[in-house]
Design a protein around this ligand. Structure first.
Ligand SMILES: Cc1cc2nc3c(=O)[nH]c(=O)nc-3n(C[C@H](O)[C@H](O)[C@H](O)COP(=O)(O)OP(=O)(O)OC[C@H]3O[C@@H](n4cnc5c(N)ncnc54)[C@H](O)[C@@H]3O)c2cc1C
Length: 444
């Protein structure tokens, strides 16, 4: 049935976060027709399919036992860059950094920039609705995907959405698939909105602060003063030290660094807000270096620990300081290291739980996620749910939206994937199951 396809006996892999992928087969499709054959085979034989982009997801999205791993690496072509309609059309395995360098040559760019931009695939970032450092100004992949081609679990190929800036054609299926973590189908083509490269000069300012609370205060001031940053990031002292050790980053070893890029018009106002603080203004190559160092923060931390559980909570910007205080209490209570990397400008915090004992790490992980739920935030701003956040996702949906909403979501999965072959037992499906099994932990 899979004759003629490139198939390998399942070798074990690990994703970036250390979740195990133990497939029975790995298939490397070269086109949609081959994917359809794999899907039909999997459905007939009731074998789960897990689609693999670049393996950088952080929440156990790819974890599997005995699945068919569909490694998309050959479907890596940039099909079109349309400089009048301002979109690009790509195959899913295109590397995000490579895509942007091709777009830049034509004077365009695609803004969402997960800090893994140099590693991740556009398909993975689409299936994960990834955000990133520029999210504070430009949002996430959700805001940039215009249309998709998808192989559904029934083996049919559909096109969803249109490469148009405006489109009121029916229910918004497009945004159902963006961020669906490979649980509804296999994305084979993506149309993404692009925009011209910014014309105004930008500056990147690095301001050393005593702690994240001080960075939170700065963000409040920046918001009140109507400054729209290109990026507004925070790394704490422990992250700085890891970056200096691992990458020779040359950063001052203070309590933390607040990194903000602004267009030139905002600079005078920003400098007024930074009065009495230690800061350095950079541009050009040095600004790019700081951006790239920030992007590698998680890699530097990971190099120094066996296991790292990466939180991805998001809270309303006005509650950042409340969230930070609560996180610090948890860190103290368990007497652990939990260095923080944050897209602080949009309230998205990544405390990194460094512990060798996974059972304890998950308890702490859930406790931090509940801080976001209680403050009116979300357990995931951009990394997604996978298996790791399924329980707290159920808690969030039930307490913020009601059990009925979780039921609707489960109903969508059942409708599109009745045989339950697409990345089963994760995301919404697992959240739903956990909410049924262990009612006591789920608030009503
Ligand atoms: C160092 C580092 C920094 C990071 N920083 C950020 C950040 O700032 N912001 C952020 O949002 N994320 C960040 N991430 C995590 C982020 O989610 C991933 O980097 C990226 O979105 C996943 O891309 P990938 O190609 O590796 O996908 P994978 O990890 O391979 O897959 C991710 C999910 O998408 C599914 N999938 C992949 N391809 C397809 C397809 N063609 N069709 C259907 N489903 C598919 C998979 O089944 C899986 O569920 C970071 C990760 C690392 C390692």
């Amino acid at each position: 049935m899979l004759d003629g396809l490139e198939v390998e006996e399942g070798k074990e892999r690990e994703d970036f976060a250390g979740f195990k992928i133990r497939p029975r087969l790995i298939v490397y499709p070269k086109n949609e027709e081959e994917i359809v054959r794999v899907v039909n085979y999997a459905r007939d034989n009731k074998i789960p399919i897990v689609t693999y982009g670049a393996g950088t997801s952080l929440s156990g999205h790819l974890q599997c036992e005995g699945c068919i791993l569909l490694d998309m690496k050959y479907m890596n072509q940039i099909i079109e860059i349309n400089d009048i309609d301002w979109y690009t059309r790509v195959q899913p395995a295109v590397n995000l950094e490579k895509l942007n360098s091709e777009l830049n040559k034509k004077g365009f760019f695609l803004p969402p920039d997960p800090a893994s931009y140099f590693l991740c695939s556009v398909g993975g970032a689409t299936a994960n609705a990834s955000g990133g450092m520029r999210g504070v100004k430009y949002g996430t992949f959700r805001d940039w995907v215009l249309a998709l081609k998808v192989v559904l679990p029934n083996g049919k190929i559909v096109k969803i959405g249109e490469p148009l800036r405006k489109n009121r054609g029916g229910y918004d299926l497009l945004h159902l698939f963006v961020g669906s973590e490979g649980t509804l189908g296999i994305i084979t083509e993506i149309w993404l909105r692009i925009i011209p490269l910014p014309q105004r000069k930008t500056y990147t300012i690095i301001s050393y602060v005593n702690d994240i609370e001080e960075a939170g205060q700065l963000i409040y001031l920046i918001r009140r003063n109507g400054i729209i940053p290109e990026i507004a990031e925070f790394i704490d002292g422990e992250v700085i030290r890891a970056l200096n050790r691992e990458l020779n980053a040359g950063l001052s070893e203070k309590g933390g660094a607040f990194i903000i890029s602004v267009e030139e018009d905002y600079l005078p106002k920003l400098q007024t807000l930074l009065e009495n603080k230690e800061y350095i203004i950079t541009e050009g190559e040095e600004a790019e270096r700081i951006y790239s160092i920030r992007a590698q923060s998680a890699i530097a931390l990971k190099a120094e620990t066996k296991l790292m559980y990466v939180e991805d909570i998001v809270v309303p910007v006005s509650r950042i300081i409340d969230a930070i205080k609560r996180i610090k209490e948890i860190e103290k209570k368990y007497n652990i290291r939990m260095p923080i990397i944050a897209h602080i400008g949009d309230g998205n915090l990544h405390p990194n739980i460094m512990l060798d004992d996974p059972s304890k790490a998950q308890i702490i992980f859930d406790e931090v996620a509940r801080v976001a739920i209680e403050l009116g935030g979300s357990v995931s701003g951009e990394h997604g749910i996978g298996v790791q956040k399924a329980r707290v996702l159920a808690e969030q949906i039930i307490s913020h939206n009601g059990r009925e909403v979780l039921k609707i979501m489960k109903g969508i999965k059942d409708l599109i994937d009745p045989e339950d072959i697409m990345n089963p037992n994760k995301f919404v499906e697992l959240a739903y199951k956990l909410s049924e099994l262990d009612e006591s932990t789920i608030p009503r």
